[in-house]
Write a protein that binds this ligand. Sequence first.
Ligand SMILES: O=C(O)[C@H](O)COP(=O)(O)O
Length: 311
Amino acid sequence: MKVVVPKNLSQAGKDYLLTHHFDLITVPDDRQETILKYGQDANGIILMTDPFDNETLKQFPNLKIIARHGVGFDNVDPTFAAKQGVVVTITPTANAATVAETTLAEIFDLSKNLTRVSHEMRLGNFAYKTTHMGFDLNGKTLGVMGYGRIGRIVAQKAEALGMKVLIFDPFIKDSQVGKLVDRDSLISQADIITLHLVVNEQTTHSFGKREFSLMKKTASLVNLGRGALIDETALIKALAEHQIRAAALDVFDAEPLPLSSAFYQLDNVLLTPHIASNTKECMERMAVDSASEVVRVLSGKKAKWAVNQVE
Ligand SMILES: O=C(O)[C@H](O)COP(=O)(O)O
């Protein structure tokens, strides 16, 4: 059995597959053209976040599983995959704590401007010593949109920091921490809004002009979920016109974020390249969890975290 693995897959995941006597096809990058070029006869693929479309999927005659290394599955079509007899799995428990930590790190950075000031200092600009003005998190309101595995941990940690937590999640009836509110109340009351929603028909580009006009002028937006949740053009306008204070973005509609993007010209946006789960420990957990899904499915067993159903 042959399994395509990305070059940067943690060794723990590669070892797991090797121990179970699978052959590895190590690809230099995760683009679908590359996977097709090196691994067309693969039985399984461990896939990171690059798109893997239906036309590509059709060209793998022996494929039985696409194991997403991570929690989102918007880069592959699980319904179409099921029709082709391909199970799609995710690693939902591997990265929740880490993505929640990175969310908090972005929130801390936004409140104290650490990245910006560090950058200015390297340019010799020490004026920030007197001009820099952050804000306290203690006593502020955090709006958590999406109370799944990640949103829950963020809410819990924010409350421990002395923040008031508001939660919006249409599928949740009660929460362990914070207060459940309707969407517009959260958007208009929060000092920081953090998005932990799944991308679907309702949520795609759902945070846009209307939402920015509802937000406080002093509020900031954090997105470590998916770029598709936000209308990027509207966000760029809101940031450029200081309709909102700032944003921290780890995910974008197009990744890598094109160098022509106006985000690069704005000094009130913190940009990171989809690294929310890039810790040594989390990368190991995602690698082992995705590899074990591959082993399960290719050994004729049921996947633990399938997002589609193959008859
Ligand atoms: O492949 C990655 O970049 C990471 O595994 C993150 O994936 P996720 O954003 O779907 O969790």
